[in-house]
Design a protein around this ligand. Structure first.
Ligand SMILES: *Cc1c(COP(=O)(O)O)cnc(C)c1O
Length: 352
């Protein structure tokens, strides 16, 4: 039996209208990868896993929510979906809309979307509109459009997105046998942290799987939840979390507090450093995806978290291939050699 995606798998745990249909690309069921080398580098004495959400069909966790949000919209005969996106939501909405022949309109902030994401949205056939403003501006516009026209909003303000995204928490509990002690993840518009917390609580109620403490991590230049006020001009290399007014900010703060966790910020340098460390364990993620574990590293370094004997999961939200430029920029261009065995030998063996 082929996997059928998160809606079919976890249907009984999803609070969705009866008209919701299955529109799937077999999303979910992503690997939970042990990264013992990284755990050692961070001080050791605990178990560390990466939930690699870059392995979803369009390369990010957004697919978990999109399958349900689009399944709901399609089930009530909506013909068009719209979203604002820093890129991954756009690609995901476009793919799932294509699956059921819906029109997808995606708006992106000017000039700040990673190449692989934009290409995805275009490849899947979305109508891409660049807004001369920030993500927050674009979101505010599409919310108004969805209120005034029969066009379904598929940003994470749409509750069915979160219903689908809860499935990642279920999978982690199913794989580990119970919830981890800590969950670390990046926070942008704050839908994902909210969904994880909903998911862990629900599974705990049904199956007694326990609850993790949650560490949400923002980028220092886009850290409204840490600063306690919106950020008008958010900046960070981690474009997927370059958001100054998180739509689900309150819920995120509640999740952190209820879980006995917290929301912190890390610098772009810390994010890029963790991106390299993860790659050194064979897991290449886009910058935003490294933020959760960069936050863990910072907390451990500052002695603010005791993880001895514990199980920690870092959620890596999107694939490194989404944002190749960030690597290309810092990469020396490859050495060039004549097509001669001797020259290649000399280079490999370090002979002059
Ligand atoms: C969307 C996204 C985030 C942020 O998730 P929120 O639900 O907006 O907090 C983080 N990383 C990646 C790769 C994303 O695509």
């Amino acid at each position: 039996m082929p996997a059928r995606g998160v809606f079919a798998h976890y249907r009984e745990f999803m609070d969705v209208p009866a008209h919701t249909v299955e529109v799937t690309l077999s999303e979910g069921d992503t690997p939970l990868i042990p990264v013992p080398k990284l755990a050692e580098e961070l001080g050791g004495g605990f178990e560390l896993f990466v939930k690699f959400e870059g392995m979803n069909p369009t390369g990010s966790f957004k697919d978990r929510g999109m399958t349900v949000a689009i399944g709901e919209a399609h089930g009530r005969q909506a013909k068009t979906v719209i979203c604002a996106s820093t890129g991954n939501t756009a690609a995901s909405a476009a793919a799932y809309a294509a699956r059921c022949d819906m029109r997808a309109i995606v708006t992106i902030p000017e000039g700040k979307v990673a190449a692989g994401k934009l290409a995805g949205a275009v490849a899947y056939g979305a109508e891409v509109i660049q807004i001369d403003g920030s993500f927050d501006d674009a979101l505010s516009l599409v919310v108004q459009i969805s209120q005034q026209h029969p066009i379904a909003l598929v940003n994470s303000l749409n509750p069915y997105r979160l219903e689908g995204q809860k499935s990642a928490a279920f999978e982690i509990c199913d794989t580990l046998g119970s919830a981890p002690d800590w969950l670390c993840l990046p926070v942008g518009n704050a839908g994902n942290i909210s969904a994880y917390w909903m998911g862990f609580r629900q599974y705990n109620q049904h199956k007694g799987t326990g609850l993790p403490q949650v560490l949400g991590v923002q980028a220092a230049g886009s850290a409204p939840l840490v600063l306690g006020h919106p950020v008008d001009k958010p900046e960070t290399v981690a474009t997927a979390i370059r958001i100054g007014r998180p739509a689900r900010g309150e819920q995120a703060l509640e999740a952190a507090e209820e879980s006995g966790g917290r929301i912190i910020a890390v610098t772009d340098d810390e994010i890029l450093h963790m991106q390299r460390r993860l790659a050194a364990s064979g897991v290449w993620v886009e910058p935003a995806s490294a933020a959760g574990l960069a936050g863990l590293a910072r907390q451990l370094c500052e002695g603010k978290m005791d993880v001895r004997g514990k199980r920690v999961v870092g959620v890596c939200t999107g694939h490194g291939m989404k944002d190749p430029d960030i690597i290309a920029k810092s990469m020396p261009s490859p050495q060039k050699l004549p097509s001669e065995l001797r020259a290649l030998e000399d280079a490999i063996l370090g002979r002059a």
